[in-house]
Write a protein that binds this ligand. Structure first.
Ligand code: R5P
Length: 295
């Protein structure tokens, strides 16, 4: 098995290789003056199982093209099997035609991976597990979704959140709160969340929860603008929660997100390194390496 860190996941790819006790072989890469990507493999891959590690955080489109170039090249050069590890899978929130005429972006991203020659796609806490199951029926790529939520919950225990109440921002993500609660104890629940598809505005209803005097953690797959987290945290504090932490797998933290969440009086913000930010305190390298060891 050869580990090839892509340009977007050089550090994470190296960490995975260390966990596996093998050498990483990052691709040579540069961007031409007009913005196009150049990719060159630096090790022979013929007859090998090749693991390409490439997250697809902003700038998503550039990173996706680099991913397609790496997969296609690995196959061209004779790789026997290509496993794509894409810790944060771009476009995973556009998995349905919510409004007439919309692109179902996620399907196309995955179909193009299949065309490029990928045999397996490994992602972390994809936005909607059911959408992956649906696409699985359309493509000939094995799809694997790993969850970093237990790792985040274990980290929170060190910060005094043992026994905290775990919440997800909506019912669809209840499995995140449930997985966290199995580590933290303290029970779990969810908010009622509605998003206006045209304006992007969200409405969150806090159900009556027995949260007074307790610590709580809101678990989400993604923090982007921070709007969802801020509303959830405000609601919990209003209901008398003592300490409230915000935990997510993919911390995109677009402009103003940190400020928004801080203003809601959050006590701790944590994320993984699927997106490298100052909040990335939990690495998904052991999770990915653990999976690869079993394949
Ligand atoms: C959407 O349903 C996701 O699970 C997240 O809740 C959402 O992407 C967070 O976005 P934002 O931080 O912009 O509210």
């Amino acid at each position: 098995m050869i580990i090839i860190p892509g340009p977007a996941s050089r550090e994470l790819g190296e960490k995975i290789a260390v966990e596996l006790g093998v050498e990483a072989h990052p691709v040579e890469h540069r961007i031409f003056p007009d913005g196009e990507s150049y990719i060159r493999f630096t090790t022979p891959v013929e007859g090998k199982t090749v693991v390409i590690v490439q997250t697809t955080t902003p700038k998503q489109d550039v990173k996706l093209i680099q991913l397609y170039l790496m997969v296609g090249t690995a196959k061209d050069l004779g790789a026997e099997k290509v496993i794509c590890v894409v810790p944060y899978l771009a476009y995973s929130r556009q998995d349905t035609r919510f409004l007439d005429g919309e692109a179902i972006s996620l399907n196309l991203v995955i179909k193009l991976l299949e065309k490029a020659g990928a045999d397996e796609l490994v992602v972390i806490d994809v936005h909607n597990r059911e959408s992956l199951d649906k696409i699985q029926k359309l493509v000939n790529i094995r799809m694997v979704n790993l969850s970093a939520i237990p790792l985040l919950a274990e980290y929170l225990i060190e910060y005094g959140y043992d026994g905290a109440y775990s919440l997800s921002p909506d019912k669809g993500a209840i499995h995140l709160a449930e997985a966290a609660a199995s580590v933290l104890g303290g029970g779990f629940g969810f908010f009622e969340k509605k998003r206006n598809r045209r304006t992007g505005e969200i409405e969150m209803t806090v159900k009556d929860m027995d949260i007074k005097g307790k610590n709580a953690v809101v678990f989400d797959d993604i923090i982007s603008s921070g709007g969802t987290m801020a509303k959830a945290i405000e609601g919990l504090k209003e209901q008398g929660a003592v300490k409230v932490a915000a935990a997510c797998t993919h911390g995109l933290f677009t402009k103003g997100a940190n400020r928004r969440i801080q203003e809601a009086d959050v006590d701790l913000i944590i994320a993984t390194d699927t997106v490298e930010t100052s909040f990335s305190c939990v690495s998904v390298a052991p999770l990915i390496a653990g999976y690869l060891k079993k394949t």
